[in-house]
Design a protein around this ligand. Sequence first.
Ligand SMILES: *[C@@H]1O[C@H](CO)[C@@H](O)[C@H](O)[C@H]1NC(C)=O
Ligand SMILES: *[C@@H]1O[C@H](CO)[C@@H](O)[C@H](O)[C@H]1NC(C)=O
Ligand SMILES: *[C@@H]1O[C@H](CO)[C@@H](O)[C@H](O)[C@H]1NC(C)=O
Ligand SMILES: *[C@@H]1O[C@H](CO)[C@@H](O)[C@H](O)[C@H]1NC(C)=O
Length: 332
Amino acid sequence: METVSIRKTVLLVQIWIMLNVSPSMAGCRFPAFSKLQLPLRTIGPEAAAFDRKGGGPYTGIADGRIVKYQGPKVGFTDFAVTSPNRTKAKCDGKNGPELQQICGRPFGLGFYYKTGNLYITDAIYGLVVVGPSGGLVTRVPSFQGRNFAFLDALDIDQSKGVVYFVDSGAIFLTGNRTRIVESKDTSGRLFKYDIATKQVTLLLSGLSGPVGVALSKDNSYVLITEYITQRIQRFWLKGAKANSSDVFANVDGIPDNIKRTVLGDFWVAIFNTKQPTTFSLGQRINRFGKVVETCNFTDQYNSPNGITEVQEYKGKLYVGSLDQNFIGVSRV
Ligand SMILES: *[C@@H]1O[C@H](CO)[C@@H](O)[C@H](O)[C@H]1NC(C)=O
Ligand SMILES: *[C@@H]1O[C@H](CO)[C@@H](O)[C@H](O)[C@H]1NC(C)=O
Ligand SMILES: *[C@@H]1O[C@H](CO)[C@@H](O)[C@H](O)[C@H]1NC(C)=O
Ligand SMILES: *[C@@H]1O[C@H](CO)[C@@H](O)[C@H](O)[C@H]1NC(C)=O
């Protein structure tokens, strides 16, 4: 009788510990940090992608180029440009909101493995695509013939050939974080582009600064990070809730890009708004919306703009930013 009650107590204590030790306390499996140096005088590798052979990372930088990493000896080389008006003389090594109109500003990027084509969301030039050997992109038809306001991120359903992407809203053209957050803008939208039919469809409007998008492993929903409301929305693609959305998780800080892992969790890049404390965290969130791992990049990204992306690829984390001259790499 006594042993049974002791066992019961031990079990209850174990359950209590399991429930109360917050999973967000889980440390980071990626302690080491190194840098992939960008070309001279360039900054702002906002996001990264790898091609179907594992080549890369490829990244869009502030002077409008998409560059490809070719290993430590060669470093990054030119791969593609998004603006037909761009010249190397005018744009290489330069940055600033005025120049983006001419030079382009590629943010989100992802390969469609079936064709090897790279799809890119350029803030100014919209959704564009380039072949496996790069060069100047081709524009994808817009929605109802109108230009998008500010395209930021995309993710691709490889099985169906569908690109999901977000328009953050015109307030993002200011590039001023305080103004963006204070605007309480709700003009953000989620779209899909069907590669086979070339149709762009509006899926969800009323979003508050959508800046990241990630498809679930089973393709049943997409997650959208909202910069202004500091949360992650879920848009259902399948099942009884199809075409409706709900809140997947709230975030402590401003979320930026969201990238799925092979196993089906999501890495979210998060930074703090509250001056003078700025922080940059990568948080891995499971499919129940719970934080299960936190990696702290505050010391390596000690600048007002923090980090924009954390992406897990073959045992490493790749970290993006708007103002650094490198892609961060963390290893196990
Ligand atoms: C860029 O070029 C296109 C034509 O290729 C033109 O319509 C557009 O006005 C140009 N934009 C700028 C900012 O020069
Ligand atoms: C950003 O906007 C805020 C609020 O409108 C303003 O006080 C601040 O000066 C702006 N910052 C820059 C760098 O323009
Ligand atoms: C969701 O929307 C699509 C296209 O608008 C429509 O074809 C589909 O029937 C809708 N599904 C549900 C469950 O409402
Ligand atoms: C992240 O690191 C910074 C600088 O070392 C520290 O001030 C901050 O408390 C850390 N945040 C978390 C959540 O670990």
